[in-house]
Design a protein around this ligand. Sequence first.
Ligand code: ADP
Ligand code: UVW
Ligand code: MG
Length: 366
Amino acid sequence: MRALTLNPGSSSLKAALVADGEVVRADSWDVTDVATDHDAVRVAFGELGEPEAISVRFVHGGSRPGPVLLDEETLAQLEKLSGLAPLHQPLSLDAARLARGWRPGVPLVGCFDTSFHSGLPAAAARYALPREWTAQGRLRRYGFHGLSCQYAARRCAKLLGSPRARLLCCHIGSGVSVTAIRGERSFDTSMGFTPLDGAVMATRSGSVDPGLLLHVLGTGEIDPAGLADVLYHHSGLAGMTGTSGDLREILAAREAGDEQAAAAVEVFLHRLRREMGAVAMSLDRLDAIVFTGGVAEHRPGLLGELVAGLGLLGVTVDPARVDDEGDRLLSPDGAAVRLFCLRAREELELARGAELLLGASGRLPV
Ligand SMILES: Nc1ncnc2c1ncn2[C@@H]1O[C@H](COP(=O)(O)OP(=O)(O)O)[C@@H](O)[C@H]1O
Ligand SMILES: CC(=O)OP(=O)(O)O
Ligand SMILES: [Mg+2]
């Protein structure tokens, strides 16, 4: 099947034409260009070639356990989740509606980051809030970056020769998360009800004491909408440094001697290690750690710094392997816990999701 995959992230829109599990063509755009210039995206979709199915990543799918066909009713339901993923859900809805308008006869499939985590153990999924609040099952940890985790789990099963390997998947892009995986199941994950939770990100705060947020709201100087804007758009690396939050810019500033940039990177690494330690506790042993996402792929030196502070997990890198390129082992030969750097392949999972739903022929089920 030839599937056009659309993956709106918080800093980029990635598109690919995938035929029978292989990427034929791929392109990506800065998210600010996508938001301002839909016609450019329409042209680019056209340039990738004629698909038999279109598969769109939605970070929030509520409790949907797997891919679904996207009709207007489903899109309207997904729109109701926009407030829970404001950096992503509106872009996915736009991309889906644009694709449907562009090729109305081509089956349109939605794949969800949250599906991979839909079987989280109750102890990891539940918040310690009044049971009247949580009884309906909506106010809980959902988890995100699920398509990336699913690919990492599948790839590691092959690399380690075991479908039941115990992994940590550290997705380090504009969004950052850590997930404990056994087989193809999520046992705990650092993002929660929304993709704002957990580690420090490019523009998102990650976890903040709810007491601090109550205090800030209590001053009356900011309303809930203003607070959401600060936490999603103006916090994280961006907020700490007064930059865009792109690690390329921050690492360059640190190299030039900027102390604020250096301090922000320290916070970023400290909080990521903290999430790794916390999430790892859901596993009975650790076989491998996967580093993936734009920062892991393009800034491997930062992975060396990260791992240098993970002595308690008994992990180390081989410096020659860190400085290399492509999918690779980072740990020395014979290490008890293997470290891998793998390219995030959400497009392969999006195409696979469409194939599983539609059947390899691309015909809709009757
Ligand atoms: N070619 C590159 N060189 C260095 N860093 C890069 C490159 N491409 C992406 N990055 C880093 O990866 C981040 C984006 O990661 P990515 O996983 O693509 O994010 P998203 O999916 O949220 O758009 C950027 O902020 C940047 O720091
Ligand atoms: C869930 C999330 O933050 O995704 P991304 O890293 O693609 O923005
Ligand atoms: Mg992404």
